[in-house]
Design a binder for this molecule. Sequence first.
Ligand SMILES: [Zn+2]
Length: 278
Amino acid sequence: MNNILNQLIQLQELNFAKEEQKASNSKMPLEQLEKSIVKIRAQLPPEVADRYDRLQKHYPLAVVPLANGSCSRCGLAVPIAVVNAAKAGDQLQYCPHCGRFLFYPDTVARQPKKKLDSKRPVEVGIARFSAPGLMAPKLAATTHEEVIGELAKLLGDGGFVEDPATVTELALRREAIVSTAVEHGLAFPHVRDVEGGGLTFAVGMKEKGIKFGAHEDHLSKIFFFIVIPTPATAFYLRLLAGLVRTFESTEARKELLDCDTPEQMWKTLVKLTKTTVP
Ligand SMILES: [Zn+2]
């Protein structure tokens, strides 16, 4: 049964990846994604696949984590037997209220110890989601695993996630489904369904470029590592679109890549995204 749940989560991620590609205005072919979607869907028991399709018509998220004994989407309490069964993972569970598939979250990446807005009373634009301490102008990483590990550690050091190792593992699992690299040397590794806190991201750069699974083996140079709480899913797509719109420009990319310190990088990022991430 766990296997079916994993397939459902993968199916949902692939559908998200499709949305992400659309949001990033990517010209990369969707064929490969479509093929993977058809393949995974075909492996599911027919009644599960039908239920998934029906849910998808109403909700972008059809497979959702439990949160404190409730369905994290409709917010209603779920019988304890359902929670326990979801935890045991031996049978597929549904929310008795909204019908979504439920899973017991295995992430502990949550509850930022610090709030992003602790210094300034009202944050606008990109400052709502990141901070100077989350900029890494010169990543030491040489592989995609190391990029994610380094950025997860930054989030951990800043108190934005509790457990960088788990965050890293979940992000790598997501990357294994389909790469988050898009055109222009950009990549958006992420972890979804994080409990608590707000949408937060760290940015790392590697001027030489790293193989991140981009189309035609292009190298990726700017990495936005994003931690996405369940309620921020729709907003995440808007942020992604804004960042891609900013860094489609060669000059904008160069300006950011030329930064040597986290402070300089932060100032540049704030300036460049002023109109694209209002
Ligand atoms: Zn529900």
